[in-house]
Design a protein. Structure first.
Ligand code: URA
Length: 435
């Protein structure tokens, strides 16, 4: 078999066989197929697409490119969650302690941020002492003991995806349905959970900008999950404006902690209750969605979810007083405001640009090796549909470097679109694909 022939076939819109896909993924993982041929293939796939069969075969080939986790030593149903990535997406920080506080077992591997989207691992590392570097043995022992653990993704898990994702990132081929579906699901299948809840983001800060594309992606991933014998359920959620008000690292942890204390932004609370209720049902802890939702609301409002967060932070070497003492975790001390230049309504917020402003402050990475500043970030004061008067503060930047702050401020100012008429209200949950 030759990669050249597979390129010819895909270039003309042909469907690759399972055997051809395995040959390609094995060769790329081992390095016998070079980046330039794989780049040509991802671009051919971008234009020609893949059939469901090809997408499924690609997922399984990537899943099998490394070691799969064996979570069978952990008692109970293990439930995983994955987001396709967004701005201000602090869901895992609050969701994992929330659902594990009612007995759902959460064994989660998470990533770092790249580009305008943040990563759970970076956010958690803004808590002093917290470590996401666990051995597999520690990880499994912790899930069995306190019901949850979050660690950085190991190099052995779906290495083909790791390599291919890095290549797609620099060849403008990330936003292709089959490539995203196979990338997400290969990791989820290798990570070993029995059930998977997917948060498929849709809008200006997501890879899928329109609802139809996000729904098609959600359907594809649910199909792959079910085919592989995992209970899989997807929600399509709004990413046309940042989730909640906080964007950054420490500042997002602070917002997640407020929410675990029973407060927090309404859109964020609604999202974690929705995803959490589904995880609770799939995890066999509640009989139906509504009773699961009521159970989780109680955990938030009684402080039990916050206590579970403190237990989790302590188990991974962090100082739990940063969780329990409100106001102890702080963002950078210097602030700069972005103000409205006219009267009107917030008609739209360019979500990717808000993410870029946080990155420019030093809160994200342009290159993998970049070191981030977890204290910097921004807090929106206004969101879509809010009325504003000239001079109102739209957002506040928290910074450590004045030059970076000036650049980020200009970017953030341009991200807000003020209109004369109020736009239609945004809903956080846009749709769902049942498993
Ligand atoms: N998240 C992933 O894990 N993979 C993609 O391709 C896109 C988002």
């Amino acid at each position: 078999m030759r990669m050249y022939d597979l390129l010819e076939k895909k270039k003309h819109g042909g469907a690759l066989s399972g055997e051809e896909i395995r040959f390609m993924i094995d060769g790329y993982t081992k390095g016998t197929i070079p980046d330039y041929q794989m780049s040509a293939m991802t671009m051919a796939i971008y234009f020609q697409g893949m059939t469901d069969q090809e997408t499924g075969d690609l997922t399984l080939a990537m899943r099998d490119s490394g070691a799969a986790l064996d979570l069978s030593g952990i008692k109970g149903i293990k439930v995983d969650k994955h987001s396709t990535g967004g701005v201000g997406d602090k869901v895992s920080l609050a969701l994992a302690p929330l659902v594990s506080s009612v007995g759902v077992k959460v064994a989660k591997m998470s990533g770092r941020g790249l580009g305008h989207t943040g990563g759970t691992i970076d956010k958690l590392e803004s808590i002093p002492g917290f470590s996401t570097e666990l051995t597999m043995e520690q990880f499994i022992r912790q899930v069995d003991g306190i019901g949850m653990a979050i660690m950085g993704q190991t190099a052995e898990l779906a290495p083909a995806d790791k390599k291919l994702y890095a290549l797609r990132d620099v060849t403008a081929t990330v936003d292709q349905l089959s490539l995203i579906a196979s990338s997400v699901m290969s990791k989820k299948l290798a990570a070993g959970a029995d059930a998977i809840v997917l948060d498929v983001k849709c809008g200006s800060g997501a890879f899928m900008r329109d609802f139809d594309g996000a729904q098609a992606l959600a359907k594809e991933m649910v199909k792959i999950g079910k085919h592989a014998g995992r209970k899989t359920w997807a929600y399509i959620t709004d990413m046309d404006q940042p989730l909640g008000y906080a964007v950054g690292n420490a500042i997002e942890v602070i917002e997640a902690l407020d929410t675990l204390r029973g407060g927090g932004p309404a859109d964020f609370r609604k999202l974690i209750l929705t995803l959490g209720a589904r995880m609770t049902v799939l995890g066999g802890v509640a009989a139906d969605f509504d009773s699961a939702c009521a159970l989780l609301e109680k955990q938030l409002d009684s402080g039990k979810a916050l206590q579970q967060m403190a237990r989790f932070v302590q188990a991974q070497g962090g100082d739990p007083s940063y969780v329990l003492e409100e106001g102890k975790l702080k963002p950078a001390a210097n602030t700069l405001a972005v103000k409205a230049d006219r009267n009107g309504y917030i008609g739209a917020i360019d979500c990717a640009e808000v993410g870029m402003a946080s990155l420019l402050l030093g809160g994200g990475r342009e290159k993998k090796e970049d070191v981030i500043d977890t204290a910097v970030g921004l807090r929106l004061h206004k969101k879509c549909t809010d009325a504003v008067q000239e001079g109102d503060v739209l957002a506040e930047l928290y910074y450590n470097d004045g030059q970076k702050a000036a650049e980020a401020r200009a970017r953030l100012q341009a991200a807000f679109h003020i209109t004369e008429k109020a736009p239609e209200a945004h809903h956080i949950i846009l749709g769902e694909v049942e498993g």
